[in-house]
Design a protein. Structure first.
Length: 240
């Protein structure tokens, strides 16, 4: 059998993966290979507290989701009258407090580091958008406390929202609607945006500090600067 016959009978990768799942798999692996998704090593500048605050925000978000699920399953009577309910409600509240505390510090730190450098604009935008959506989620959390505080907040906010026209479809006095926004729509939006943020960090890598040392191994694989090229040429001539 000739080589031509063998090649004509052989199935090319494109023919083997004509399905949308095959194309999707190739697209994902091309942009996010496993060594980027789950790296064995991290750049040296990742050993900074600013990234600890980012992970602290994600950890707090997990506590918010878990405690919120428990509260929503047991209902207001349970977390108002039960000692265990009081505890879970407190965990939920303080998780929110820590979430915003960590996120604000992380965002301010990344702002002064100009974290949008190196094609990381979308990474920065997803972080800002997640913070904005989280504020709305926290607001609806106050509205579903089912106490006098939530009633006062709802009817103070109602006039402002009605004046702006938002109240026509976002009725803060409607407990059922606010409950849906708080436990389903807004948390889902925050989780999706945070997941996008983490994936983009993996795709583009953590932004190096403004004063990063060019000789640092953290910048391996980055296009060398003109100064580095001159140094390399001088070193090459000296070795010869």
């Amino acid at each position: 059998m000739s080589d031509t016959k063998i090649l004509s009978d052989a199935e090319t990768p494109a023919e083997a993966d004509r399905s949308w799942t095959g194309r999707t798999r190739r697209w994902v692996l091309k942009r996010l290979p496993p060594d980027k998704l789950l790296p064995n090593t991290q750049p040296s500048y990742v050993a900074s507290w600013i990234y600890v605050f980012g992970m602290g925000a994600i950890a707090s978000l997990l506590f918010i989701i878990v405690s919120g699920v428990v509260l929503s399953l047991n209902g207001p009577m349970w977390y108002h009258l039960s000692s265990v309910g009081h505890f879970v409600n407190s965990v939920h509240l303080w998780s929110v407090e820590f979430f915003f505390f960590f996120m604000v510090i992380h965002m301010w730190g990344k702002f002064w580091m100009a974290a949008w450098r190196g094609h990381r604009v979308l990474t920065w935008i997803t972080g800002v958008v997640s913070f904005a959506v989280s504020i709305v989620a926290a607001f609806t959390g106050y509205l579903v406390q089912t106490n006098f505080d939530s009633e006062w907040i709802a009817f103070q906010a109602k006039d402002a929202l009605n004046a702006s026209g938002i109240g026509a479809w976002f009725n803060v006095a409607n407990f059922g609607q606010m409950f849906m926004w708080h436990i389903l729509l807004l948390p889902a939006a925050v989780l999706v945006i945070v997941a996008m943020h983490v994936v983009l960090v993996r795709v583009h890598g953590v932004v190096p500090p403004l004063d990063a040392d060019d000789s640092d191994s953290q910048l391996a694989g980055v296009q060398p600067t003109p100064v580095q090229l001159i140094d390399q040429e001088v070193s090459h001539v000296s070795n010869d």
